[in-house]
Design a binder for this molecule. Structure first.
Ligand code: SF4
Length: 955
């Protein structure tokens, strides 16, 4: 065991020199390899984590054994060891950042009440928050949309932004990128990431440098893996621990190598590729694993495309989708405005460590190797309910038709097949069957390459861009109609090749005389201002605008469900006729009710396909064989006619890599953050004074806090079942981010507190107020609690309801929870596979805890949500083998005992006893999904936050 004051691997510290002769020190992996030769063959991502473990080896939190264990990582070993990973920095988005700031502020309040210095609570690493999740698409299709949406955003979120300003002055290393700059992952890619970092305490002439690494409070933090940075999404509670100096603990991961060969064919985009990768890796079951890309195909992929693939790691279930640093990474750094000094040091450091360059096949050891020839990828969409359900573009029409009448369990919409083609007039009601779907072109090509080759229309003369035409005549809507078309999301809007492709397609479409129907909600919401900068310079923005894609905001918008509402007529037509309307968006998530509560079919697609489907107007138009629309002279225009060539995209890429423009843009964060942001006045002081607010309130997690934790819990008895859920319950089902219904417990509470319906804002924006969030837990309008018996037609009631026991009275889950808590009755939730899948959302665990739920028993858990449950002191219990709540025959009126025999240990067996109303009982053994020793400590302390607070205050 190393002594706390003496570094056990001091001899591995070496010096490196940059090309211009500047010296720096580093903890050398090559030196470590002299003792542990295995190191040279480790996956690059593991070696970067190993460097952190080596550098931070202090004999206490990180020991010599930790270094040795990871240095001897074996591709197929049993994974029982935990790695303490100290990260370089933390990034936050505002939905998760505000509750995190509220927790930090609450910790300071506790410190102050206990007579300690509030400054004991201070982030130890740089923390950057980007305000990106709040802007909504209230206005669209007008040149004023951005301005109007931002004004509304500031009006709605004034109290939250004041609170952030308090945080900026109270904490030394806490920075905020104000609204209107971009999405956190793109800003991270373009600006925060600086390659290598210098120890802030090392003031010597040759300071110690180390690689960038981070955790972020957003699942898609993995986008940063595209530039060789190790990082992933964690819940806010884990991020808090990381910023307060705790290592991020994880089980040593398997690393799946993904060998890419070949080249993408013409017409195939990075979006198509990532949908392919997602569906392949879903099948490979990579949950909890690192995925590392290598091989000649990986080396040939542009950095923004790598970032797009890294971005969707949560959709394929991996912890990361990592690309090593190479020449392309350096070129990206230069093109996005990093200084010559930074790039030079970045290169020198990675070369000194032997971490530079894309590994060739066979060079490194991986747990398993998956292969893909890029030439086999074809244009796709994914949906209508899950991102991993990839559909070839040419099969979309058939797929939608099939799913229309398939049962819900088969991912269908359960509608009578003979109603598929019905149409409903918006203004006068009733059925309108006039409109026929366009007929397929005889012998039309179905293959992409032929589709691209089949360009019948030569570019027409330049057409000046104007606003979209006013609606003429009767508007009718039907099943499959595209009602929302959104160029949105960090996944794609950071990628110049697909954004320029959308602009070029729009240009050709406008020139051919194609239009988008004005009732379709069209929006353009890039992840950074740089996108509109290069679209403008390339002369393409006016064409997107002409098709209705006016700039609506720089932020998440539709991707996070901030779609804004549809018109009352459209909402009414959908709900009155049970229409399956469609959204086509360039996002990465399409779970039920995420995009809009009334849009049930949500398809993820590349930005150019979003534009194409907006023009086509219905997802049953087969764009491989049918025209996208009619041109100016009534001629059929096909997708192949307007799809941009690779050369056209390449010619415009020069506008996207302008180092000076990047630098100028990001300098404005400090110099010109915008009038709206400058006018926000935050309170001052080290301790927050918690003014009355329906947005920010002191969270109750530290109520009755004492320096000694409560005695360890040995299980509980007589628990009631709060819910029985099926598979794939997402964090959005558990804690929705979107709109708040007036009749829901949260809506009722807001109204009782003087908030008008128009000012409800979203759940996501109210995560700083536990009163709203508790009431919003399990409040997704599409969640189905299977305790409630099915209707006569087999359909299930949707919404956050339960049967309160005994007696079985139907009520909101929140109301039942308050009754159970008042009676001192513990509760449990049962789920199926992939419980807690989707976005990292700590409120999904915080809300569960505040509703008095003591355990969640499921067939499997999503990685982050499982950790968050433990972090909030809720037991995750996993069924073994084929066991499930269905196999136990649970109906919901049973009582449950959870029996933990002996001392709490990671992954131990736990007994569940089911007591039935007839007096019988049944036992089943489940696995405790507290996975690591440190998690046992967290649980014993009642969660991560009390654990960390006790450590800080004791220190
Ligand atoms: S995935 Fe969507 S909601 Fe999440 S950060 Fe990206 S744009 Fe925002």
């Amino acid at each position: 065991m190393a002594h706390a004051t003496e570094h056990a691997f001091a001899s591995t510290q070496k010096t490196f020199k940059t090309a211009s002769g500047k010296a720096g020190r580093y903890w050398s992996l090559k030196e470590l390899a002299k003792r542990h030769p295995n190191v040279d063959k480790l996956p690059v991502s593991i070696r970067i984590v190993l460097e952190s473990v080596l550098r931070n080896c202090d004999g206490q939190k990180v020991t010599a054994e930790h270094v040795e264990q990871l240095a001897n990582w074996a591709p197929n070993a049993e994974r029982t060891e935990e790695i303490p990973f100290v990260v370089t920095r933390v990034v936050l988005q505002d939905f998760t950042g505000v509750p995190l700031l509220a927790d930090l502020a609450a910790m300071r309040s506790v410190a102050s009440r206990l007579g300690k210095s509030p400054k004991t609570i201070e982030p130890l690493v740089p923390v950057d928050l980007v305000v990106d999740h709040s802007v909504m698409v209230d206005y669209y299709g007008t040149p004023k949309a951005l301005d109007l949406n931002m004004k509304l955003e500031f009006k709605r979120n004034n109290e939250r932004y004041q609170f952030m300003k308090w945080g900026m002055q109270a904490f030394d290393t806490f920075g905020v990128v104000p609204p209107g700059f971009g999405i956190v992952h793109q800003v991270n890619l373009e600006y925060f990431a600086r390659g290598v970092y210098k120890s802030p305490t090392d003031k010597s002439s040759a300071p110690t440098w180390y690689p960038d690494s981070l955790v972020g409070t957003d699942s898609h933090t993995t986008m940063i893996n595209g530039i060789g940075v190790v990082g992933w999404g964690v819940g806010g509670i884990e991020a808090e621990a990381a910023m307060l100096g705790q290592p991020v603990y994880m089980l040593t991961p398997d690393v799946v190598g993904f060998e890419l060969t070949g080249k993408l064919r013409e017409g195939v985009t990075a979006t198509d590729l990532v949908l392919y990768v997602t569906s392949i890796l879903r099948g490979e079951k990579v949950v909890g694993k690192f995925v590392e890309f290598f091989g000649p195909g990986a080396a040939s992929i542009a950095v923004p495309d790598r970032a797009t693939i890294g971005n969707m790691a949560p959709e394929y279930g991996a912890t990361m989708g990592f690309f090593p640093v190479d020449e392309m990474t350096l070129a990206y750094f230069r093109g996005t405005g990093r200084t010559a000094d930074e790039v030079e040091r970045f290169e020198a450091y990675y070369k000194a460590q032997g971490l530079f360059g894309m590994p060739a096949p066979g060079e490194l050891h991986y747990t398993k190797v998956v292969k893909l020839d890029l030439g086999t990828v074809s244009p796709s969409l994914a949906g209508p309910k899950r991102p991993q359900d990839r559909i070839d573009l040419g099969h979309l029409a058939t797929k939608f038709t099939e799913l229309y009448s398939k049962p819900n369990e088969a991912n269908g919409f359960n509608r009578p097949a003979d109603t598929l083609k019905q149409r409903f007039a918006l203004t006068r009601g009733g059925v309108d069957t006039d409109r026929e779907a366009p007929a397929p072109r005889a012998g039309a090509p179905r293959e992409l390459v032929e589709m691209v080759a089949n360009r019948s229309t030569k570019a027409a003369a330049h057409t000046a861009a104007t606003a979209p035409p006013a609606p003429t005549g009767q508007v009718s809507i039907g099943n499959g109609d595209v009602l929302i078309a959104a160029i949105t999301s960090c996944t794609n809007t950071s990628n110049p090749s697909v954004m320029l492709a959308a602009g070029l397609l729009a240009k050709k479409a406008v020139e051919a005389g194609l239009k988008v129907k004005p009732h379709i909600k069209t929006s353009l919401a890039p992840g950074s201002r740089m996108v509109t900068e290069y679209l403008e310079k390339a002369g393409l923005l006016p064409y997107l605008e002409k098709l209705g894609f006016y700039l609506a905001g720089y932020g998440c918008t539709t991707c996070i469900g901030n779609t804004g509402d549809l018109t009352p007529e459209i909402n009414e037509a959908i709900t009155a006729n049970n229409l399956i309307g469609a959204a086509v968006l360039s996002g990465n998530r399409n779970f039920e009710a995420r995009i809009h509560p009334n849009i049930k079919a949500n398809f993820l697609a590349s930005p150019p396909l979003v534009v194409a489907f907006a023009i086509a107007g219905n997802v049953m138009v087969d764009l491989m064989t049918q025209p996208v629309g009619k041109g100016r002279k009534g001629q059929d225009v096909y997708l192949g006619d307007i799809w941009p060539t690779p050369q056209e995209i390449d010619d415009n890429l020069r506008f996207a890599m302008n180092a000076k423009a990047f630098r100028q843009n990001y300098e404005q964060i400090k110099d010109e953050p915008g009038k709206l942001w400058s006018s926000i006045k935050g309170t001052r002081g080290q301790v927050y004074d918690w003014p009355k607010s329906t947005y920010i309130a002191e969270p109750p997690f530290f109520e009755g806090f004492k320096m000694e934790p409560h005695a360890a819990d040995a299980g509980f008895t007589g628990a009631r079942i709060m819910a029985l859920f099926g598979d794939s319950i997402t964090t959005d089902h558990i804690s929705p981010a979107g709109s708040i219904k007036e009749s829901s417990p949260a809506g009722i509470w807001l109204k009782a507190n003087g908030v008008a319906k128009a000012d409800f804002n979203s759940y996501g924006s109210r995560r700083g107020n536990h009163d709203v969030m508790m009431r919003g837990t399990f409040a997704n309008v599409r969640i189905k609690n299977l305790m409630i018996p099915a209707g006569a037609d087999g359909s299930r009631e949707e919404g956050g309801l339960t049967l309160y026991q005994p007696g079985g009275e139907k009520m909101f889950i929140y109301d039942a929870a308050m009754k159970y808590i008042a009676e001192g009755v513990p509760t449990v939730v049962f789920g199926g596979e992939e419980y807690g899948t989707g976005s990292s959302r700590d409120w999904a665990a915080k809300g569960t805890q505040l509703l008095g739920i003591k355990a969640v028993v499921a067939r499997s858990f999503e990685r982050i949500h499982r950790a968050n449950l433990v972090g909030m002191g809720v037991l995750p219990l996993q069924f073994r083998g084929a066991d499930s709540w269905e196999s136990l025959g649970l109906a919901g009126d049973e009582t449950i005992d959870v029996v933990i025999g002996g001392e709490l240990r990671p992954q131990m067996d736990v007994k569940i006893v089911v007591h039935r109303a007839d007096g019988s009982h049944q036992e089943v053994t489940v696995r405790l999904r507290i996975d690591t020793p440190i998690e046992v400590d967290y649980y014993r302390h009642g969660g991560i936050l009390p654990f960390v607070l006790r450590q800080l205050l004791a220190g």
